[in-house]
Design a protein around this ligand. Structure first.
Ligand SMILES: [Zn+2]
Length: 230
């Protein structure tokens, strides 16, 4: 679509532009009128570029520091998507559902003691705190904090470890977030919660399998030995 808009703005000499001009000038909708600013920017483009058009149509966005960590190559897509929602506070927690009048209780489905919001699930809840603690120890995340924002910041700013290790650690953190949310949903729909040992074992298996399957060709012997020994 961007290519057509660009062609109309540049008044390219082709059949599509002639048809679009004729149609939009004569039709009952009053014709095509792009925003003045976008039109001016299109006029300045000597040739069509899908990247440039996309940037101009969507505008400038602030790049979040965690985005490179969340969308790393080692992560499992469903874990990444769930983590992306969690970082923005967009999971349907009971605290949110109760405030909308959809749910009677706002109690955490895992511990049944505290209000179930993002802060509690990730990782104030005893269950999630213990899962995170074991996974941190397993993959070498040495920051003591249990606050996921601080853990992500630690991963982003850490330069001592190789890029591969940091991607594996990010994938592990995403797997924890996903499995906590999955445990919470299991409690909701089936009334049962997997034990911590089971959840931790599943996270380790999933992450290791994924990180070995998509392992980059250029990787140091140290990193290769490290992931195989995990
Ligand atoms: Zn809880």
């Amino acid at each position: 679509m961007g290519k057509y808009v660009w062609a109309v703005e540049k008044k390219s000499d082709n059949l599509w532009v002639k048809w679009a001009t004729l149609y939009t000038l004569n039709n009952r909708y009053g014709g095509y009128k792009p925003k003045a600013l976008v039109a001016a920017q299109f006029q300045m483009m000597p040739q069509y570029s899908i990247t440039e058009v996309y940037a101009k149509l969507t505008g400038e966005f602030e790049k979040k520091p965690w985005s490179t960590v969340i969308w790393g190559r080692m992560g499992i897509p469903r874990h990444q998507f769930c983590s992306w929602l969690a970082t923005q506070g967009r999971l349907m927690t009971r605290e949110k559902l109760q405030s909308w009048g959809v749910c009677d209780s706002n109690k955490c489905l895992i511990c049944d003691e505290h209000t179930e919001d993002h802060r509690h699930l990730f990782f104030d809840c005893e269950y999630s705190r213990r899962c995170l603690s074991e996974i941190k120890q397993w993959c070498g995340i040495t920051i003591r904090s249990q606050d996921w924002q601080q853990v992500i910041h630690w991963l982003v700013s850490r330069r001592r470890d190789s890029k591969y290790r940091r991607m594996v650690q990010a994938a592990a953190l995403e797997a924890v977030i996903y499995c906590i949310w999955q445990a919470r949903n299991l409690a909701l729909w089936e009334g049962k919660i997997p034990c911590i040992a089971h959840t931790v074992k599943k996270i380790k298996c999933d992450v290791k399998h994924r990180c070995i399957t998509v392992m980059p060709k250029k990787i140091s012997q140290n990193d290769r030995r490290w992931i195989e020994a995990l």
